[in-house]
Design a protein around this ligand. Sequence first.
Ligand code: CUA
Length: 329
Amino acid sequence: MILAAVPGFQGNQTALNPVGPGAAHIEFEFSLIFWITTAVYCIVLLVLVIAVARKRHSFEAMPEPLTTTPESDRIAKRSVGAAMIATVILLFIMLVGSFETSRALGSMNPENALTIDVYGHQWWWEVQYPNDEAYKTVVTANEIHLPVGVPIRIHGTSRDVIHSFWAPNVQGKRDLMPGYETEIMMQIDQPGAWRGQCAEYCGEQHAHMSFYMVAETKDQFAKWLNDQAQSSVSPSTPETARGQQVFLTHACVLCHTIRGTPAGSRVGPDLTHVASRTTIAAGELPNTVGNLGGWILNAQGIKPGCRMPPNQLSGSELQDLLAYLETLK
Ligand code: CUA
């Protein structure tokens, strides 16, 4: 396919490179409409060019351009009639394709699907893996791990304004609205990290509200889920112990949870396993010590308007805090 050769139509954030049945249905529908309309456009242009070229010749040969004969009249009527019939047929093909795509997307609803709760926030994604035993419920942010080849039910809503959940390689977009719950069925058939982002303007940092869908083998996923369900590790060195105290005695504790410590607020992302994530700030920065330090000191310089306030910490406090956070695998 020609488009596959063009950069931007490949990679881990494009609807034209589907990795699951949802996006594949949408890609098929897109290709159908794209190629039909492209062919129609080319044919119309071709006919126009031929008509202009012919007119020019007849101008040179004959000063009265509007002469018609019964023969030319009949040809014109037949041409218009054929074009109308072709238009109706092509529109009908696109209508049937669109109907079939909607039906296929709507019928993705297996009973054995894994349910993942996703909550949109300004400007990050809260992700929960509910469990009948509440203490095993996993809470994380911005990275949605899931097993390859297993139907997934994303159960979504918003904690503030309207957001839209969209991972183009995986499935179509769906608005997440406050006070309204929605379900999106999806499945990923190949391992990898597929980028998604908010697709509904939700304020100043809307463009910096991305996430990753991380598709893993069933074993890798089971291990990940089990690790995430554990409480945070206790500090094992004086430095990390001081770091934990910095966390618990500064503003951090007012907004974040670290399970296994007194910190239990749900305003910002759960940090129990923050060091296991590959990015921070909703996909904005790689999760490195330097980025995390910059984010803690002055998140407003990175994502102006976000709810993370600047923090006044001494150099040693920051180092201890980072040392502690780095242990939260
Ligand atoms: Cu959330 Cu745009």
